[in-house]
Design a protein around this ligand. Structure first.
Ligand code: MEZ
Length: 526
């Protein structure tokens, strides 16, 4: 049926929905719902890892294959360095830029290498805000408790404590650099409430918070004249032969040549793995989100944590086809947008944690209450026009200009028509194990942002990712830089690659897969 006819149910049922009682789940019922419908619990999507630091542990097939993949670097590569640095930062997103700026401020010689352009990252895709406990009604302790509850109590307490406590100083740092957070009529910072949070604590810049933060960080990296190399993907780390990280091998994406960077410390900030399209899911992630840092750190011997859990953001676009998987910010639900099934009913508290909301959407679709598009995709409605009805015409334009434009490009007016959504692969909850200074289990190898794991437990709360990037980017930058003042550059070897290849052979792994893959499988080779 034509999408406009299907949409009528949303308009017709709006009044009835206002008085509808929503399901209230006990902890046991939440658990049952998640186990039945959340993609993390589809057993056949998982397999155990054959060798390496996480040998025998379960992860999704796509990640297991990536981790067991072979290095693209030949064993006899000439390791004469083309560049030297105190701190090599790999990744030009939020965590990478924050790390580079803080390391540079310590007086270190910093080299920032990034696979695409500076700023191309998931950071710019974070629309809905950064969580910071700054109001009188709120506190870092409350932020800690909300995050712990959202993460199913599986968060690393030390990392979490550091993140919530340093939130306010990070917000001050960003304001000082020129980030234009939204303010109320009196000029005070305006905070909004995100899913799973007991208090409003999201600082926002309309619905382009990540883009605004990245604008300022990028400018600052350029202003400080930090040595930058774009379109240069890190493909392998270097070790001193005794498990200490001493640099990395980059690959120039134009001419495919390898380039050796000798560095006293390395900070990996390569982001997540959405572009592996786990279980065939579309993704909200940027084109380069292929888990490069995970693969490199793993080969070097770093332990990974909670790599059996991923976040499927409840609202990924389902229609039109050009937007499949693109993020429809949680901010719309925070402002009161209803989720509506084919019967015109709400079926979940829209501000419950993302795992509960996504599981509920999947349940509606599997039980026949989803809406099918003409191309065969399925989803439920997000009643965007409701915001205009409740808060007055122009509300969407004012608070969600990016979302309005995203749909307008395809002739859809979200002030008039509801949008069809379904969970989209959004975030890797786990990653490389780090300590509070962002150092991995490998000496002198630091990891910040989505590549790291432990902080968010089994389900991240909205807005905690941007804060994570800033806090642990800073800590990685400062610690890595400080350490370099009292150490010499170590030897450059590929001993760990040799050992990894021997292990692969011993375990009969010869998939022919090279990792990191750098781009999604469907990328044009040229
Ligand atoms: O933290 C996020 O994932 C985020 C802010 C997403 C969103 O819905 O806007």
């Amino acid at each position: 049926m034509d999408i406009h006819l299907l949409q009528q149910i949303v308009h017709k049922t709006r009044d009835a929905r206002r008085t509808q009682t929503l399901p209230k789940y006990s902890p046991a019922e939440r658990d049952t719902l998640i186990k039945k419908y959340h993609p993390d619990f589809r057993e056949n999507a998982y397999r155990s890892i054959k060798f390496g630091p996480n040998k025998g542990e379960l992860t999704v097939r796509e990640l297991a294959t990536l981790l067991e993949g072979d290095s693209p670097v030949p064993a006899d590569l000439d390791l004469t360095p083309a560049h030297t640095a105190d701190v090599l930062v790999v990744g030009g997103g939020g965590a990478g830029c924050a790390a580079a700026l803080h390391a540079y401020a310590q007086g270190a010689k910093v080299f920032l290498a990034t696979k695409l352009r500076l700023g191309d990252s998931n950071t710019v895709m974070a629309q809905g805000g950064i969580q910071v406990a700054i109001t009188n009604e709120d506190s870092p302790i409350q932020h800690f408790l909300d995050t712990l509850k959202g993460g199913h109590m599986k968060n690393d307490h030390q990392l979490l404590k550091v993140m919530v406590e340093e939130g306010p100083s990070v917000a001050r740092w960003l304001l000082g650099l020129g980030v234009l957070f939204d303010r109320d009529a009196d000029g005070n910072l305006h905070v909004k409430k995100g899913g799973g949070s007991s208090k409003p604590r999201l600082l926002t810049c309309s619905d382009y918070t990540g883009l605004e933060i990245m604008r300022v960080l990028k400018d600052e990296v350029l202003n400080q004249k930090i040595q930058l190399m774009e379109f240069s993907a890190a493909v392998e780390l270097l070790s001193d032969g005794n498990g200490v990280c001493t640099g990395a091998v980059l690959q120039d994406l134009d001419n495919k040549r390898f380039m050796v960077v000798a560095a006293k410390t390395v900070i990996l900030a390569t982001g997540g793995i959405g572009r592996l399209h786990i279980q065939g899911f579309p993704t909200s992630n940027h084109y380069g989100a292929t888990g490069d840092g995970l693969a490199m750190a793993y080969r070097m011997g770093a332990k990974l944590l909670q790599i059996d859990t991923f976040q499927y953001h409840p609202s990924g676009a389902v229609y039109p086809e050009q937007l499949i998987g693109a993020l429809v910010t949680e901010g719309i639900r925070s402002e009161g947008g209803h989720l509506v099934n084919a019967k015109g009913e709400r079926f979940v508290n829209e501000l419950d944690t993302r795992d509960v909301v996504s599981s509920s959407i999947i349940r509606e679709c599997e039980e026949g209450r989803g809406i099918r598009t003409m191309s065969g995709r399925i989803g439920v409605w997000l009643d965007t026009p409701l915001l205009e009805v409740e808060q007055g015409p122009g509300t969407l334009d004012k608070h969600f200009p990016a979302m309005v434009r995203q749909y307008k490009r395809y002739g859809i007016d979200i002030a008039q028509d509801p949008v069809l959504i379904y969970p989209t692969l959004h975030y890797q909850n786990g990653g490389v194990q780090i300590n509070v200074d962002s150092e991995s289990g490998v000496r002198n190898l630091f990891v910040a942002g989505e590549t790291s794991g432990g902080l968010h437990g089994r389900n991240r709360l909205m807005g905690n990712s941007l804060l994570d990037l800033m806090v642990f980017g800073k800590r990685a930058g400062i610690t890595a830089a400080t350490r370099t003042t009292s150490m010499k550059q170590g030897k450059l070897t590929l001993e760990h690659v040799k050992r990894f290849r021997e292990e692969a052979r011993k375990h009969g792994v010869s998939s022919g897969i090279v990792s990191p893959m750098l781009f999604p499988a469907y990328a044009r080779k040229e």
